[in-house]
Each structure stands twice: as C-alpha cells, then as structure tokens.
Design a protein around this ligand. Structure first.
Ligand code: PRP
Ligand code: URA
Length: 209
C-alpha cells in the first residue's frame, strides 16, 4: 500500500496558512503556491540516489556527491497543477514536464480528460503528478491511470491540500503511489469542495471565477 506523508515543516505550514486565506490575492497566491511547491519538492527528493564524482576545485581535486542521473517527470493536472511546476523545476531543471488536462464536471464531480502530452520516455522516469487539490480523488486517479497507460511505472502524487475521502480513494485505486500532502483537511462539503480548504485552486491561481 502506498504511504501518505503530511509535511509538517513550519515554512510549509506558514505559507499554506496564507494560501488558504480568502484575503490573499491572485499575485500573492501564485507566488506562495510556487514557494510551497519548491519546499515540498525539496522534501520529496530526499531519497534521490547520489554518486561519487571527482571534480577540480580551485584548490585541489575533490570527490563530491552528485545526483546519479535519475530521470524525473513532473506531471501537472491542468489547470491548477501548472501553478506548482515552476517551483519544482527551479530545483530540478533537468526534469521533463508532461501535462494531463482534466476538469471536474460540476454536476457529477467526475473528471473529464481533454488533453494529454507526455515525454516519450515515461517508463524510465520517476513521475511526480502535481495538483494543489485532492478532493474526491477522481482527477488524480484518472490522471495516474492516464500516465500508467502511457508507460509510467514509478509514480508519486503531490498536493497542497487533501480531503480524507480523496486520500482513501487514491490509495485504493493506486496502492503503488505514495502521496505527499501539505495540509490534510477535515472533509468534503456537499459540492465536493475541501473544508476548510482554499476554495477553487484554478480560479484563485488564474484570477477566473
Ligand atoms: C480541481 C483541482 C483538481 C480537482 C480536484 O480542478 O485542481 O484537479 O479539482 O477534485 P477531485 O479530487 O474531486 O477530482 P478543476 O476540475 O476545478 O479544474 P481546473 O483546475 O481547470 O480549475
Ligand atoms: N477543487 C478545488 O479547486 N477546490 C476544492 O476544494 C475541491 C476541488
């Protein structure tokens, strides 16, 4: 069964508080999502393999440790997942980015796929699927099905805020996927929104309604 990690780092929690706040405007919201995505990527990559390499400093030769060429793929779920990409790419510029376009039908709450574009060597990459919100779990489950169909085998899911319902559904649908969360909330409301949550992540990121 996949593991669930809730990041309790004080900087992540502090910034998440501002992200949740209804008085935080679009510009600040976008900057904070970017920063929290960076901090989460920092934590999530803790187990990346290193190899010893010899380099020349201005003073002498030195044996140093560098990432051992593991390939990463970042997969944002459109739209709101886009807000988390730059923060991760800043730390891991060699990662490739694949996109899965999904929207949640407001009546049925079921995800509808409208776009997929993946790196061609998906099976060789460790994929981190990113979306600020894990609510019913439908979008994350569908996005992960979609990338598995295209060859992805090594997958993590990272979100800012999750509802327990979404975590349970995702664990059941994809028991091989570890889940990384900044805030695990109380529940979903009757409209499938996370309570207390942050509202509609896409609208807050892009200034739409
Ligand atoms: C939001 C969010 C997730 C999804 C989560 O996207 O960004 O993708 O809802 O809900 P779920 O877990 O119940 O599937 P939305 O469908 O609003 O699309 P958008 O990002 O284009 O606004
Ligand atoms: N999607 C969002 O953007 N927010 C929620 O609370 C649930 C789904």
């Amino acid at each position: 069964m996949g593991k669930v990690y809730v990041f309790d780092h004080p900087l992540i929690q502090h910034k998440l508080a501002y992200i949740r706040d209804v008085n935080t405007g679009t510009k600040e919201f976008r900057e904070l999502v970017d920063e929290v995505a960076s901090l989460m990527a920092f934590e999530i990559t803790r187990d990346m393999p290193l190899e010893e390499v010899e380099i020349q400093t201005p003073v002498s030769k030195a044996k140093v440790k560098m990432l051992s060429g593991k390939k990463l793929g970042i997969v944002p779920i459109l739209r709101a997942g886009i807000g988390m990409v730059d923060g991760i790419i800043k730390l891991i510029p060699a990662a490739k980015v694949g996109h899965v376009g999904l929207y949640r039908d407001p009546q049925t709450l079921k995800p509808v796929e409208y776009y997929v574009k993946m790196p061609s060597d998906l099976e060789e990459r460790e994929c981190i699927v990113v979306d600020p919100m894990l609510a019913t779990g439908g979008s994350a489950i569908e996005a992960i099905h979609s990338i598995k169909k295209r060859g992805a085998v090594n997958i993590k899911f990272m979100c800012l805020i999750a509802a327990p319902e979404g975590v349970d559904a995702l664990k059941e649908a994809h028991p091989d996927v570890d889940i990384y969360i900044a805030g695990l909330d109380e529940k979903l409301n009757d409209h499938g929104y996370i309570v207390p949550g942050l509202g509609d992540a896409g609208d807050r990121l892009f200034g739409t309604k």
